[in-house]
Design a protein around this ligand. Structure first.
Ligand SMILES: [Mg+2]
Length: 234
């Protein structure tokens, strides 16, 4: 019996990765005198992955990785005017108009009448909070949890705090690694929203989680029927 439903935010409720892709394209253009596209992309992902334990997730962390990649790729030859361009790109990311996916608001509105809803999103506290504000979706959630990482222990702590047992907890998100598998491993219901855009970093899955089976949806509106079906079965 599902009693509480949690949602990831980036690329689940609103567009996010497309913005990163657009910014990365601009970044590659800036660095084109110093290397080819693939090398720069690989180097950036490597730098981001290396920096996450110290900088965490989020736009400012991404921005620092862009600058670091620019400096190393250009062997410190990139003019500071170009660094200023990168800083402008980061500022744009912090303020652009957020696009909530179609059907999301209606789905949350409907579900929030029957279930307490949580938003569980990974990233920088300020970035994510500003995004929640710009989305206009805050009113549908009992709680907004902005976390540094999404591991089993993260979900365990949240469930304990909201006093919900794993068998009554559902989490919906576009990352198997972060949103779906850790919740299933704890005995909860994990629903994979198969959004075609996802950050490469999210493709690496904990080997202990590879055997787990999960529910899939292709549109967020499907959550309504899925919860109903699951709750009628139990
Ligand atoms: Mg996501």
């Amino acid at each position: 019996m599902i009693k509480m439903i949690a949602f990831d935010a980036d690329d689940t409720l609103w567009e996010n990765e497309v913005l990163y892709i657009k910014i990365q394209e601009q970044f590659v253009d800036i660095l084109s005198p110093y290397g080819n596209k693939e090398e720069i992309f690989d180097h950036l992902l490597e730098t981001e992955t290396k920096n996450v334990p110290l900088y965490g997730y989020g736009i400012k962390s991404f921005g620092l990785s862009l600058i670091e990649t620019a400096i190393t790729t250009s062997k410190q030859q990139l003019p500071s005017a170009k660094i200023a361009e990168i800083l402008d790109m980061i500022r744009y990311m912090l303020t652009y108009k957020l696009a909530v996916y179609e059907g999301v608001e209606e789905t949350l509105q409907h579900l929030s009448k029957q279930y307490p809803l949580l938003m569980i999103t990974k990233g920088d506290l300020l970035d994510q909070d500003l995004k929640v504000e710009r989305s206009g979706l805050r009113k549908y959630f009992k709680g907004i949890e902005i976390v540094a990482t999404k591991e089993e222990s993260t979900y365990q702590e949240i469930m304990q705090r909201y006093q919900v047992a794993p068998q009554h907890f559902m989490m919906v998100g576009n990352s198997l690694r972060s949103d779906v598998l850790p919740v299933i491993a704890l005995g909860g219901t994990g629903v994979y929203y198969e959004n075609s855009v996802s950050w490469a970093h999210e493709h690496e899955i904990d080997p202990a989680h590879q055997v787990l089976t999960y529910q899939s949806i292709h549109h967020l509106t499907e959550v309504v029927a899925l919860v109903e079906t699951l709750n009628n079965q139990s």
